[in-house]
Write a protein that binds this ligand. Structure first.
Ligand SMILES: NC(=O)C1=CN([C@@H]2O[C@H](COP(=O)(O)OP(=O)(O)OC[C@H]3O[C@@H](n4cnc5c(N)ncnc54)[C@H](O)[C@@H]3O)[C@@H](O)[C@H]2O)C=CC1
Ligand SMILES: O=C(O)C1=N[C@H](C(=O)O)C[C@H](O)C1
Length: 257
């Protein structure tokens, strides 16, 4: 171990939270506060000065804000040389490319962007990607609390893309569907050829089913987050790892392995 590594192993990681008064932000603040190897040094929400985080010496920032502000936040973090763990949704390929561009100019900085920090959800996506090549039909149903701003969810969009990639690699054609007369929206959103249905209801937190079908059988892969505490082990894992992973890491998979 180098002196630098020993120092970072011994000293608590200084963590700032953006979106600190939100549903996820509050949970992250609690989890960081309770972690013996981390110090919660800044809690920033809408209207607060972002520099509160850098002034407080944050080494890692966790962002759970909204898709319309997350890119500015992330740009600012990278500019300041602060590594970031991002759970906020809305990351298209174009957005990820912009982040890669910013990181090229700050080679020591790490960013982890994960559509879902729940370990079970990560496994659900892996299982779905694995099953995809074996079934001609697939649809995704995601269910969330009604205060969620975006639809479909980041998790559902990511799952659909993984499935579409696996189907293309296996040489599968379009999902069979004879619908010719449709009330707009009845068949859900089309994400890379995969139909995604978004349900919103009070009482739900975050749930997803991936339904596969082939001749004479179906396979359903389902994950449920009943409490936002379910995301915290993944968030803390990413906070611990991100400073030692310069560049962009997408998803928790690489960290779990
Ligand atoms: N990756 C994952 O595992 C998960 C991701 N999410 C995503 O995280 C995001 C936040 O979700 P929630 O906490 O439920 O939303 P929320 O609406 O409860 O919280 C968002 C917070 O961000 C604050 N905010 C807005 N603009 C800001 C700015 N410029 N700087 C700092 N704070 C700002 C808001 O005031 C609010 O307190 C959503 O995109 C959601 O989809 C949610 C749960 C898990
Ligand atoms: O807004 C939420 O609550 C969630 N957002 C993420 C998403 O859009 O996939 C992750 C999880 O589903 C909870």
């Amino acid at each position: 171990m180098t002196d630098e590594q020993e120092k970072s192993a011994a000293e608590p990681i200084r963590v700032g939270v953006l979106g600190a008064r939100g549903r996820m932000g509050l949970e992250v603040c609690k989890a960081v506060d309770a972690a013996t190897d981390m110090d919660l040094v800044a809690m920033v929400d809408q209207g607060d000065w972002l520099f509160n985080a850098s002034d407080a010496g944050a080494e890692v920032v966790v962002d759970f804000t909204t898709p319309d502000v997350v890119m500015d936040n992330l740009h600012w973090c990278i500019d300041q040389g602060i590594s970031a763990v991002v759970g906020t949704t809305g990351f298209t390929e174009q957005r990820l490319d912009r982040v890669r561009g910013w990181l090229e100019r700050k080679p020591g900085v790490g960013v982890v962007v994960a559509p879902n920090f729940g370990i079970g959800a990560v496994l659900m996506m892996q299982f779905a990607a694995r099953a995809a090549r074996h079934f001609e039909s697939v649809e995704i149903v995601e269910q969330h609390h009604p205060r969620k701003l975006d639809a479909p969810s980041g998790t559902a969009t990511h799952t659909a893309r993984l499935i579409a990639r696996a189907r293309a690699e296996a040489g599968l054609g379009p999902v069979p569907d004879a619908t010719s007369d449709e009330v707009a929206g009845a068949r859900g959103a089309d994400i890379d050829g995969v139909r995604v249905h978004a349900v919103r209801a009070t009482g739900l937190v975050a749930h997803q089913e991936v339904l596969f079908g082939t001749v004479g059988e179906t396979l359903t892969i389902r994950h449920d987050s009943y409490d936002r505490a379910s995301f915290m082990p993944g968030v803390l894992l990413a906070v611990r790892a991100v400073r030692n992973r310069p560049g962009l890491t997408i998803g928790l998979d690489a960290l779990l392995d």
